[in-house]
Ligand binder design. Structure first.
Ligand code: NAD
Length: 446
């Protein structure tokens, strides 16, 4: 059920292994990631970056006059890219039966699951639930049926840009859209309930981003709770109970996502904290029912979903040795400008009041300007790379970075964390020169 990154990855693998696969998708193939998530946002962000870079080309000795953008063309390109990638996914699942309707489980027994879709009945020995997640609508008065309020899907579909935007939620979605609108020259205000934006990112890293965006005109209202929305006005309260109001042409609400649990009412399946409970092999409490992706509520990222799908299919095939997911080495990227890329444990996880694992650690840190390539290509930027190391056994536990294009080489850091590399081992890895990736090595050399 569901043809997002979890569903289509599993379907392709299972059919390749000889299983008879039916893949149900009520909407568009590719799921949130391809249609209203990762890919469309990155496409729009790339156009915005091109425009922004052209506007600031002077610092590289290039004169660009009369720089303009055409939002309709930007949107058309986004649609073209989604179509192209959807065709690629369809070819991966060409040996599966694709049912373009919502599936509902109608009966369950230990060796047979019955589903219904568009009036047809389907029987299966195994079920993999990959129904994903949807935007969470917080219980804020005035949010529902308000044409001034957008979620990320509305923002991606908009034919025209807003004159100004207030973004409720300074998390990953909030900051990526803040980047898009800021780079296209639109006034942005971010309203965040926590004391800072990107609460799950290393504090030094997020401070560098916030300060840069503030210099570029983005306003941040942190420790601020939205009380109500009236038309295009946000009524809020600050942490010290000061009331305030803010007006914007559009209000984008991005305060998290929730698992999609429709279509499985007939299953006596265990739900934990609003998501399907799974074990390390993506099995639910029910014999032969598996779940993968956002619906499991683990880490809501497409690359986690596809890896979970691999593990689930491996378990169905009884592969030996059984695969597991290394949740300690999942990279995560925030596509701001500069980009943020992290993997593993951070300083805050190991020290201080939010500490989850009290390990004595050393923090190696270096500005990205220690990379020649970074200096050549990032005029006026400093960036930062932090490597977290277990003091006792010298194992690399995590890496946090800000600076372009760290999303492209965080995989090297993931590899080190996944394989449990120690510093002496990691220092022996040769990085190509001149690349920004060298910063990883530089940070731990001294
Ligand atoms: P999030 O959890 O990253 O951020 C939500 C933010 O909203 C948090 O900072 C939270 O403190 C704040 N918040 C919550 N309630 C609020 C309120 N009433 N007023 C003001 N602020 C409030 O969630 P998201 O940004 O909506 O993203 C959803 C999911 O999608 C996340 O799990 C994210 O990892 C994933 N995602 C990932 C990427 C990426 O990997 N680049 C991009 C987009 C989304």
């Amino acid at each position: 059920m569901g043809a997002g990154p979890a569903g289509y990855t599993a379907a392709a693998l299972a059919s390749k292994a000889g299983m008879n696969v039916v893949l149900f998708e009520q909407d568009a193939i590719g799921g949130t990631c391809l249609n209203v998530g990762c890919i469309p946002t990155k496409t729009l962000l790339y156009s915005a970056k091109q425009y922004h870079n052209a506007c600031h080309a002077g610092k590289y000795g290039v004169t660009a006059t009369d720089v303009q953008f055409d939002f309709q063309k930007i949107q058309q390109r986004k649609t073209k890219i989604i179509r192209k990638l959807a065709a690629g996914i369809k070819s991966q699942v060409k040996d599966c039966t694709l049912v373009p309707f919502a599936a509902n489980v109608t009966a369950y027994s230990e060796n047979q699951i019955t589903l219904e879709a568009n009036g047809e009945t389907y029987g299966a020995e195994r079920l993999l639930i990959c129904t994903g997640s949807q935007n969470f609508v917080p219980p804020i008065p005035g949010i529902e049926n308000n044409p001034a309020v957008w979620n990320s899907t509305d923002a991606l579909a908009a034919k025209e840009l807003p004159a100004s935007i207030a973004i409720v939620g300074g998390g990953v979605i909030g900051m990526e859209f803040a980047t898009l609108y800021m780079e296209l020259g639109i006034q942005v205000t971010v309203v965040e309930a926590m004391p800072d934006i990107l609460p799950n990112i290393d504090s030094e890293v997020r401070t560098l981003l916030r300060e840069k965006y503030q210099k570029q005109g983005v306003q941040f209202l942190c420790s601020t709770k939205v009380q109500a929305i009236e038309g295009n006005r946000i009524i809020y309260q600050t942490a010290d109970n000061q009331p305030g109001e803010l007006e914007a042409d559009r209000i984008l609400v991005a305060v998290g996502r929730r698992a999609n649990l429709q279509g499985i009412d007939a299953l006596p399946i265990e739900i934990e904290r609003g998501a399907i409970k799974v074990n390390e092999f993506m099995q639910t409490n029910l014999q032969n029912v598996y779940a993968a992706g956002d619906v499991t509520g683990k880490i809501l990222l497409a690359h986690v979903a596809s890896r979970q799908a691999e593990v689930a299919v491996g378990r169905m095939l009884k592969q030996v040795p059984l695969q597991r997911i290394a949740y300690n080495a999942i990279p995560s990227v925030v596509y701001t400008n500069p980009e943020i890329a992290v993997v593993g444990l951070s300083e805050a996880d190991l020290q201080g009041k939010d500490c989850v694992l009290p390990i004595e650690c050393d923090i190696h840190r270096l500005p990205m300007t220690f990379s020649g390539r970074f200096v050549a290509e990032n005029e006026g930027e400093t960036g930062l790379c932090k490597v977290v190391v277990d003091r006792k056994n010298q194992t690399i536990l995590g890496v946090q970075m800000i600076g372009n294009p760290c999303s492209e080489f965080v995989a090297a850091a993931s590899f080190a964390v996944r394989m449990g590399y120690t510093l002496p081992e990691f220092r022996q890895v040769v990085f190509p020169h001149p690349t920004v990736s060298e910063i990883l090595r530089e940070t731990v050399i001294g």
